[in-house]
Design a protein around this ligand. Structure first.
Ligand SMILES: [Zn+2]
Length: 458
């Protein structure tokens, strides 16, 4: 079989769940499967679960292993890329465990193992918001802060496979104690854990904050979604702590720009996903104000467009690499599989199924109704599209978003433009029939929102 027609499997192994997917060489996810990571389990049991996930995924996809060109795994820890072995993984019992060899034995295909944040950065460089870039830094802000680096199209691992531990870059020499034992690491100031630590201290000190009401379980974890709710309510404490995060991350971006001069810095992770609308403008302002590179122009800052899929896609890219394919070859994009769109009166035929209401096709090729909270209203104007609509259509990370407009009118609200720019998504608005034809003819990784217009019924 032609290597570019083969499928690859990417597995993202997290502390709570294992997410696996079958992926085309175009980066299109064609099937996915998730299982809970066994808790308090031995390395042997975790390996058993990995084999089970992959077998079930293949079953679900109706594929035999002969259709698979290679397999990649992303794990949360320090990884020996040469040996395919986990050196240290703090949150999952696979430290010291070789993973590539037993999986190679079980499935008989090339297998590669990588660090999860490296994989996310690789996924973004392959088909995400850093696509087409020869050098990229990924910064993932969640429970901790992780980083990944691609230089000259290659992942950089460092001498002992732990390069780009951005979370442990010291940004305040007198700063708070970090989990690693140093003081003032970026992670100790800007991560969700650092924010949570200071929210609890403020509550204990009797400060007024909405977090008192937002936390059903005062001892439980403060999730990124709760931070977003607190921002929405203009909570002073949330605003102050997230501003501090943005400041620390922004200045770290300046340092990275000076150290590595990458083409692009991709910001992702749970905190960015939930609070990016608040953080990004602040981070952009800090980086743009850097006087040192005022003449040459700054590194481009973008948000992760792949979200949760960055890990599986990056892992699949590692699998491609193990099979001798170059993930950066865009020619592979030819194998993506999208439905064909055709106008039919005021409705739209999507692969022979008739749709009479607003609808979207995602980058996966899947068709979804355009939902709007509490109402099934058809939109009559592209001005009515909200960031939430766009984010839903752009799940999975398109390179180009087509918007089929009911009457040729073509303006979007400013927050929608900002969202698209920050996620490196080109937008192409056209009158409906023209947009359908342009979508069919495009070879980009793409999505479309089709507004049917007011004449059709819901
Ligand atoms: Zn640290």
């Amino acid at each position: 079989m032609d290597a570019t027609q083969q499928r690859f499997i990417g597995v993202d192994v997290g502390g709570t769940k294992i997410h696996a997917a079958v992926v085309r060489t175009s980066g299109q996810v064609i099937e996915r499967h998730r299982l809970a990571t066994p808790q308090n389990a031995s390395a042997e049991e975790i390996l058993g679960t990995l084999i089970e996930v992959i077998r079930e995924l293949l079953d679900q996809a109706g594929l035999g292993i002969d259709a698979i060109g290679g397999l990649g795994l992303a794990v949360p820890g320090i990884v020996d890329y040469q040996e395919g072995k986990v050196c240290t993984a703090p949150n999952i019992a696979i430290s010291g465990q070789p993973l590539a060899a037993p999986l190679r034995e079980a499935f008989g295909v090339p297998v590669a193992l990588g660090n999860d944040v490296d994989a996310c950065t690789l996924g973004e460089a392959w088909v995400g918001s850093a696509r087409g870039c020869n050098s990229a830094v990924g910064i993932y802000i969640g429970t901790g802060i992780g980083g990944g680096l691609i230089l000259d199209g290659k992942l950089v691992h460092g001498d002992r496979y732990s390069a780009l531990e951005i979370g442990h870059m010291i940004v305040d020499i007198d700063g708070p104690l970090c989990g690693c034992g140093n003081h003032g690491c970026l992670e100790a100031i800007a991560s969700r854990t650092a924010i949570e630590r200071d929210i609890r201290a403020a509550i204990d000190a009797g400060k007024t904050t909405v977090f008192r009401d937002l936390l059903d379980n005062p001892a439980g974890r403060i999730r990124s979604g709760v931070l977003k709710d607190a921002l929405r309510q203009d909570d002073k404490l949330a605003t102050k702590l997230l501003r501090r995060s943005a400041k620390a991350v922004g200045h770290s971006c300046i340092s990275l720009q000076h150290l590595l001069n990458p083409q692009v810095i991709v910001l992702g992770g749970g905190v960015m996903e939930a609070c990016g609308h608040f953080l990004m403008p602040l981070i952009e302002d800090i980086v743009e104000a850097d006087p040192y590179l005022a003449e040459q122009g700054q590194t481009r800052l973008v948000q992760s467009v792949l979200g949760d899929d960055a890990g599986i896609l990056g892992a699949a890219a590692l699998g491609m690499q193990a099979a001798g394919l170059d993930w950066s070859e865009t020619a592979h994009a030819q194998t993506a599989d999208y439905p064909t769109l055709q106008p039919d009166g005021s409705a739209v035929l999507i692969d022979s199924e008739l749709w009479t209401r607003d609808v979207m096709v995602r980058v996966s090729g899947k068709v979804k109704k355009r939902k709007r909270k509490g109402r099934g209203l058809q939109l009559t104007s592209t001005q009515q599209l909200l960031v939430a609509d766009i984010a839903r259509a752009c799940k999975g990370g398109p390179e180009r978003l087509f918007i089929a407009t009911p009457n040729g009118e073509n303006s979007l609200q400013q927050p929608v433009h900002s969202f698209l720019r920050r996620h490196a998504i080109e937008v192409d608005l056209r009158p409906r029939d023209e947009a359908l034809a342009a979508f069919n003819a495009s070879d980009a990784r793409r999505a479309i929102i089709i507004l049917v217009g007011p004449q059709s019924e819901a």
